[in-house]
Each structure stands twice: as C-alpha cells, then as structure tokens.
Write a protein that binds this ligand. Structure first.
Ligand code: 5GP
Length: 192
C-alpha cells in the first residue's frame, strides 16, 4: 500500500535492534483516516472470504482492527489480553508469547465465549517480525476450533522471516508494507 510505505519513509525512525518506530501514526498517535484506508485495502485483499470475527492483540492492534472491522460488515473485534502471570479458571484459552520489542514473555488469553468453534476469523496486527505474536494467536484459534481465514498485517519486517514461514504453512497473509531492509545509520528503508 503506497500511502503506508510513504508514511514509513517520511515519519518512521529506525532504532537499534531492528525496531522501526512509527508512533507518529500507528503505535502511539493514531491516524484514523489511514487506518480506514488500510481497512479498505484488507477488505479488497480478502474479498469473498467469510469473516465472522476479527482477532487481534492488545494494545496496538486494537485501534487498527476496530477501524478495519467497519469494512467487514462491522463484525466483532476480539483482542487477546496480555498478563505477566495468570490464574486460569478454565474460562479462557491461554498461551505464552515472546515480545520482540519488550524482550520478555507474556501470558495471553482470550475468553472462551468470544471464540466459538466453526467461526471464520481474520487476524489483524500492526507488526509482524519473527511471528511470535501471530503464532500465539493461531494457537488460540486452534484451541478454539475456529478457522483462520486470513491474516492482515500493517507492517511486515520481511528480513525477520516470520511472514515467509506463515506463508509456507499455507496462511493467506496480506501485509500492506513489507520492509526488506532498513539501515539505522542512514535511515533508509527498502521495501519488498
Ligand atoms: P513478532 O512476534 O512477529 O516477532 O513481533 C510482532 C509484535 O512485536 C507486534 O505485535 C509489535 O507489537 C511488535 N513489533 C515487532 N517489531 C516491531 C517494530 O519494528 N516496531 C514496532 N513498533 N513494533 C514491533
């Protein structure tokens, strides 16, 4: 998506450790008009698919997913919640996810009543790097017996490989911008 690529080039900054900061429009301040056009683009890319629900993960995925849902017939958006530690009471699907940006593990849960067996789910998230977050969300979907119809990502860092391994596993993964390389010294970003 050309508009998103331009925003990354104009407003993104590259931090140590392969972190791309886009908090001027995606991760801290939210450009809702951009989110709306991202939602329209995913609706085009996933046209014809049955989507009963959108699944994302807190915090940055929520805003994007809620705006995108308006392009999918206002389907409900469910977000996985992160906890440092949890006491499971049997009412949640749970897994553990390693956070790339925070370099620690989180327990992640979704209430069982919000993912029903046989539903068709679109997963949406802001970033895809190594794929830990998505693999965790897919695990929750498998536990619930829902069908992952597709995965919509705003920014995929292609050089970290998480996206390619999901495509090899057969998932319909649509990233709106795929960063192939980025250089913290010069600030240059190359797209796939
Ligand atoms: P993964 O689990 O695929 O390694 O990383 C994806 C998650 O880590 C995303 O949900 C996002 O919150 C965070 N993340 C990974 N790389 C970046 C990055 O370069 N910039 C930002 N802002 N977040 C990132």
């Amino acid at each position: 998506m050309e508009e998103l690529k331009q925003r990354i080039v104009q407003e993104g900054t590259i931090k140590e450790g392969n972190v791309l900061k886009v908090d001027a429009f995606l991760n801290h301040q939210c450009d809702v008009g951009l989110f709306d056009r991202m939602g329209a683009e995913w609706a085009r890319l996933f046209a014809g698919k049955r989507i009963d629900k959108i699944l994302t993960i807190e915090a940055s995925g929520i805003g994007i997913a809620c705006v995108a849902a308006q392009h999918f017939n206002n389907v409900p958006v469910v977000f996985a919640k992160k906890y440092q530690s949890i006491n499971l009471d049997g009412e949640q699907y749970a897994t553990s996810i390693h956070s790339f940006t925070k370099q620690k593990d989180f327990h992640v849960i979704v209430g069982k009543r919000f993912l029903n067996k046989g539903e068709h789910v679109l997963i949406i998230d802001d970033f895809l790097a190594n794929g830990c977050a998505l693999n965790g969300l897919i695990e929750l979907c498998e536990a619930a017996g829902v069908v992952v119809e597709g995965i919509g990502i705003a920014i995929e860092k292609g050089f970290q490989g998480g996206g390619d391994s999901l495509r090899e596993r057969g998932y319909d993964l649509q990233s709106l911008a795929i960063v192939e390389s980025m250089d913290p010294a010069t600030g240059s970003v190359v797209f796939r």
